[in-house]
Ligand binder design. Structure first.
Ligand code: GLN
Ligand code: ZN
Length: 776
């Protein structure tokens, strides 16, 4: 093997600067292009990526990762291992391989089968496909696709470094296949999976790979950090040259992004153990994780240390002077890299032409981060005698830092004074029982009140009108008129269906966070800043760069109009502070808690204006509360403290008879249930239909006291639940949740659904509620 490159990145955005991959994949799904056309579009994008990275300076052998999943990197590893779940066994190719159509069927399901489950990748907004592993799952070395990519680029003159999810992380991210014995855990299959990895690594070596990257981020989590011993066993096997043809084992590079691998009290120790097991290069995340101890670094011996010092998760320019100091303090020969894959950031700041003027100078997207890595690596090599070029780059980073600290809008006295004056009182409401009584009187709702989560179907018409308005072909007045007509239609429809607490349907919102970012000070929107969320789906997070405030009420006119059309209560509809932070790129020059308080106060102003306009129920959504939960248990209480407090700050100014709702869309809320309770909302809606109302028992066990609406309609598919099914779920819920406590609602908003199924489903929901009410 060659020496490990001095500068590298762990991964690069796969979607393409103009979302080329999204278009190619979706066109294939729609039957508009052939497999060959898809492969050729993917190959062109790979070529462009490799050329771009070389032009940026990643010219060392093995510096460029081959990380080109068409859908998801975990699914790619499933394919490379041939780990087809039994329920998809018929999709196997003649040698057991998972071909392109099988690959997409695992990702998207088919007429008879649900796809693999999708879940969040660590504490990010990227979603991966969960492997299903049982005692019988077969593993084989089937990395032909990845080997083909390596071979093709080799022929074009570039030795890439293929990337796989490492064996321990792969199994820790998997779930036990249906029908596996109660005591079975996927990690029990470690020996078998390692044998297959060995074959995969040999295949990649045969294709010309000099180094193979194995990502082991699970070692940084609370649960995974207890599996360092498993990793040592696995890598000892993989590193054993006896398993390969003489002299063909490539270098093994193990990465540990997203935190500190192993024992956080002994940072670097897990890396030293991996080195002793025979791993040739180990990576530490120096952004989210702790700096490895000097002893641990010394114990690495010949194993190369790779310092993940350029943040793969945010969009801010690196503080090169601070990074250079940190690298010097390591007193070890180190390669320089990103903290994680650059999958989480957009391609290129230079593509943005509409950002407010000094902002671009403070930013670094993927391409800029590549340059930062190269500068820092050059600095390491040069030692104290820096070249003029490196010195100039460091100076520019210093200038940007100073400019940013002093720029108008970054620190605004009036915002600072307000957050400094926050008291506990501001986050405290009256007793829950008094609130319940006052709200019952004001709202006079029936038992088991019915409601929805906020959005109604975003039809082609709504999207077309929004696009026309953006393009200027629809005037403000025309667009307003259109939205009012849409709101009226949605209100009338809810009246007709017979729902009790209505919503306006959110037709004016492109996205539940972007809409708030556009109406608050302190945020900027990008034009091309797309990042992959899952498969071909991308989001375009706003950039929260300055102090946040709300210049004027913006949701109030729509809600007020909706309320004017009906006698029934219409809910005000806001996105909560934590979710706004989670789905934006947030400033890194102050603690998140401080920024959360600013956002909370901006929302508090909107809450006050909604209340003053006579709105009796206000919902503040926090679907991302769990997403930001720190990976380590020791860090979780502090997080829940500030995040819950921000929600309370946003919502606690209201009168005793104003009803605060919140919404969270996941059902595994075990770790955050105390936080959810702490939000102190009067009514909490939560996802439950998909997990057959298991949450009801959890709520009872916890002793959840206030109103709660476990979802009875799974909005993730077009399927219409029958009234009988909904009734059954309600009865399960009633066995655990008090009758005066229970609300009836879908799992989440309806914006991705069509009208036909929505109306039918909501009618069944209302009918089921009526029959439960009449009996009880
Ligand atoms: N109010 C939002 C909606 O209904 C909530 C969306 C969400 O929870 N993700 O669309
Ligand atoms: Zn939801």
């Amino acid at each position: 093997m060659t020496t490990f490159p001095n500068a590298t990145i762990l991964g690069y955005p796969r979607i393409g600067p103009r979302r080329e991959l999204k278009r190619a994949v979706e066109s294939y799904w729609a039957g508009r292009s052939t497999e060959a056309e898809l492969e050729s579009a993917a190959a062109s994008l790979q070529d462009a990526t490799v050329e771009r990275l070389r032009a940026l300076g990643l010219t060392e052998s093995s510096a460029i990762p081959a990380d080109f999943a068409l859908y998801d990197q975990v699914l790619d590893t499933t394919a490379a291992l041939g780990a087809l779940p039994a329920r998809f066994a018929d999709l196997a190719g003649p040698g057991g391989e998972i071909g392109l159509d099988a690959y997409f069927t695992l990702a998207r399901g088919d007429a008879e089968r649900a796809p693999l489950e999708m879940t969040k990748w660590f504490d990010t907004n990227y979603h991966y496909l969960v492997p299903e592993i049982g005692p019988e799952t077969s593993f084989a070395a089937l990395a032909d696709r990845l080997a083909g990519i390596v071979r093709r680029h080799r022929a074009r003159g570039a030795t890439l470094r293929p990337v796989l999810v490492g064996p321990v992380t792969y199994l820790l991210l998997a779930k036990a296949a249906d029908g596996a014995p109660e005591t079975f855990r996927p990690i029990d299959r470690l020996n078998d999976v390692v044998a297959a990895y060995r074959g995969v690594i040999a295949q990649l070596a045969d294709a010309g790979a000099d180094w193979v990257q194995l990502d082991e981020p699970a070692l940084t989590t609370e649960h995974g950090s207890a599996h360092v011993d498993d990793a040592v066993l696995a890598y000892r096997e993989l590193a054993d040259a006896a398993g390969y043809d003489a002299g063909t084992r490539p270098g093994l590079f193990v990465t540990t992004g997203y935190g500190t691998a192993g024992d956080p009290a002994a940072p670097g120790q897990a890396l030293a153990e991996l080195a002793a097991a025979g791993v040739d290069a180990v990576h530490a995340d120096l952004v989210r994780g702790a700096r490895p101890g000097t002893e641990a670094l010394q114990a690495l011996g010949d194993t190369r240390f790779v310092a993940g010092i350029v943040d793969g998760r945010n969009v801010w320019r690196n503080d090169l002077a601070a990074s250079a100091d940190l690298l010097t303090s390591l007193e070890a020969d180190a390669s320089v890299a990103t903290s994680t894959s650059l999958l989480h950031v957009p391609h290129d700041v230079a593509a943005e032409t509409n950002l407010p003027s000094p902002l671009p100078h403070w930013l670094a997207f993927a391409d800029q981060k590549v340059s930062e890595v190269l500068t820092l690596a050059a600095g390491v090599e040069q030692g104290p005698n820096r070249s003029a070029e490196v010195a100039a780059q460091i100076q520019e980073s210093e200038d940007a830092k100073a400019e940013r600290a002093a720029a108008e809008g970054v620190r605004r006295a009036e915002v600072r004074q307000r957050t400094a004056a926050i008291t506990t009182e501001d986050a405290t409401r009256a007793d829950a029982a008094d609130r319940a009584a006052a709200q019952a009187e004001r709202l006079s709702l029936p038992a088991l009140p019915t409601t929805t989560i906020g959005s109604f179907p975003q039809t082609g018409e709504v999207r077309k009108a929004r696009a026309a308005h953006r393009a200027g072909s629809l005037t403000n007045e025309e667009y307003d008129e259109f939205l009012r007509a849409e709101i009226k239609r949605v209100i009338d429809l809810q009246e007709e269906i017979g729902l009790d607490v209505l919503v306006h349907g959110e037709p004016e919102r492109n996205d539940m966070v972007q809409y708030f970012a556009e109406n608050f000070d302190g945020f900027a929107a990008t034009e091309h800043g797309w990042v992959q969320s899952y498969g071909s789906r991308c989001t375009r997070p706003s950039i929260l760069w300055g102090d946040v405030s709300r210049p004027e009420a913006f949701t109030v006119p729509w809600i007020e109009y909706a309320q004017s059309l009906t006698q029934k209560p219409v809910k005000g509809m806001l996105t909560g502070p934590v979710t706004i932070l989670a789905w934006s790129f947030v400033r890194n020059d102050q603690p998140l808690a401080e920024t959360a308080n600013q956002v909370a106060l901006a929302l508090r102003d909107e809450v006050a204006d909604l209340e003053a306009a006579g709105i009796a129920a206000i919902q503040v959504d926090e679907p991302a509360l769990r997403e930001l939960l720190p990976l380590r248990a020791a860090d979780q209480p502090a997080y829940l403290d500030w995040s819950v407090n921000a929600f309370r700050l946003a919502t606690s100014s209201v009168r005793v008879d104003t009803q605060i709702h919140t919404h969270l869309c996941y059902s595994e809320f075990g770790e955050v249930i105390s936080g959810i309770d702490g939000l102190n909302a009067d009514v909490t809606s939560i996802e439950a239909a998909r997990s057959k109302m298991e949450v009801a028992a959890d709520l009872q066990e916890f002793g959840f006291g206030r109103g709660v609406g476990p979802g009875v309609y799974d909005i993730h598919s077009p399927r219409v639940p029958s009234a009988g099914e909904v009734e059954e779920l309600l009865r399960i819920a009633l066995a655990s949740v008090g009758e005066r406590q229970l609300w009836v609602n879908p799992d989440c908003g309806l914006k991705t659904r069509g009208y036909e199924e929505t109306v039918a489903s909501l009618k069944n929901l209302v009918a089921a509620t009526a029959s439960v009410r009449s009996v009880d």
